[in-house]
Design a protein around this ligand. Structure first.
Ligand SMILES: NC(=O)C1=CN([C@@H]2O[C@H](COP(=O)(O)OP(=O)(O)OC[C@H]3O[C@@H](n4cnc5c(N)ncnc54)[C@H](OP(=O)(O)O)[C@@H]3O)[C@@H](O)[C@H]2O)[C@@H](O)CC1
Ligand SMILES: Nc1ncnc2c1ncn2[C@@H]1O[C@H](COP(=O)(O)OP(=O)(O)O)[C@@H](O)[C@H]1O
Ligand SMILES: [Mg+2]
Length: 282
């Protein structure tokens, strides 16, 4: 494998598109975040709030029924659709065409949820980000991987990656197996870690922002919301993945002097997104 391409400020400035002066919410993209289950509704709240704070015009969350008031009250800017089931997802339906979809945060692995993911993959035509339990469900049902559209972004942490590609005995083997997986299934793999690598077939990128403050619950859920929002705003899947990972890490670099590692939480990432965007404009 060649050396990974560093994703630094110069690389990002070539890809970042500032918002046009004549923008309106109808052309800034509509993102759909599908996630949550009883006790894990915070995950999809974090993703949805991160999506709206990353600049897309509209965000809808699709959640189990018990999430309706939770999402509406937590994030009034976000619209909510609900499943028939109270505590977990069983049938995913919506009556608009999302510009991008992020799926999997906090959904669990109930059998009806597995079926819901399968049926969703059969009918979905929107650009897609797959995270968390949606990745775990694909690992349980590898025959469904061909249903994943080309250029979908997968965002596994190391354990989710291991479930997808099997164990490795060295970093080299981990990278080789991830490249092979990316090529076989035509997907972009965001290998979350310290640092995060983005694998697009044989081409591998290495992020340069971030620090251990990001090792906190919900940090990945926020990343999925950021990347889905960028995808909804017409960034290519590769640019959405690279810019999303860079901005996510940048929030931690900006906030750390004020929060310290300990008090930095996933909501701090969302709260610092504005400063991260502004620092790109300097
Ligand atoms: N507020 C909410 O609603 C929240 C809801 N959430 C939702 O919960 C669901 C379960 O997600 P999850 O990731 O906690 O469980 P799971 O896939 O078993 O992985 C855990 C194991 O993976 C490993 N591991 C992880 N990172 C690693 C690393 N960097 N480096 C190395 N290893 C690493 C580590 O394994 P170990 O090292 O212990 O063997 C760890 O024990 C999911 O749907 C998610 O969206 C969460 O987002 C939290 C906030
Ligand atoms: N030590 C670290 N340094 C930099 N980034 C980290 C570190 N630990 C975790 N992260 C980042 O935090 C995020 C964690 O994602 P994930 O494990 O999916 O969290 P969750 O499921 O709780 O939302 C990833 O983007 C990962 O790269
Ligand atoms: Mg996660």
């Amino acid at each position: 494998m060649k050396n990974p391409i560093p994703i630094d400020r110069a690389a990002i400035l070539k890809r970042y598109k500032p918002v046009a002066t004549n923008a309106h919410k109808g052309i800034q993209g509509h993102a759909l975040l599908i996630g949550g289950s009883y006790g894990k509704m915070g995950s999809v709240c974090l993703s949805s709030k991160a999506a709206i704070k990353t600049g897309c015009g509209l965000v809808t969350a699709f959640v189990p029924k018990c999430g309706y008031e939770i999402v509406q009250i937590s994030i009034p800017e976000v619209m909510v659709l609900t499943d028939e089931k109270e505590k977990y997802l069983s049938e995913i339906h919506y009556d608009f065409i999302p510009n991008a979809i992020g799926i999997g945060m906090g959904i669990g692995q109930e059998l009806p949820t597995q079926k819901a993911l399968h049926d969703f993959l059969l009918k979905n035509k929107s650009p897609l980000v797959i995270d968390a339990d949606a990745l775990n469900i694909l690992s349980l049902n590898p025959k469904w991987l061909p249903l994943v559209p080309q250029n979908t972004i997968l965002t596994p942490h190391p354990k989710e990656l291991e479930r997808l590609i099997g164990k490795w005995t060295s970093d080299e083997e981990k990278m080789e197996k991830t490249i092979a997986f990316s090529k076989t299934h035509n997907v972009i793999v965001v290998m979350k870690g310290a640092p995060t690598h983005i694998v697009a077939g044989e081409t591998v990128y290495k992020n340069t922002t971030g620090n251990p403050a990001l090792a906190t619950a919900g940090s990945g859920d926020v990343l999925t919301g950021i990347i889905t929002s960028l995808l909804a705003q017409s960034y290519t899947p590769l640019d959405a993945a690279l810019l999303g990972v860079y901005l996510h890490g940048l929030t931690a670099d900006i906030a750390l002097p004020e929060t310290g590692h300990e008090s930095f939480i996933a909501s701090t990432i969302i709260a610092t997104l504005g400063k991260a965007f502004l620092s790109l404009a300097k």
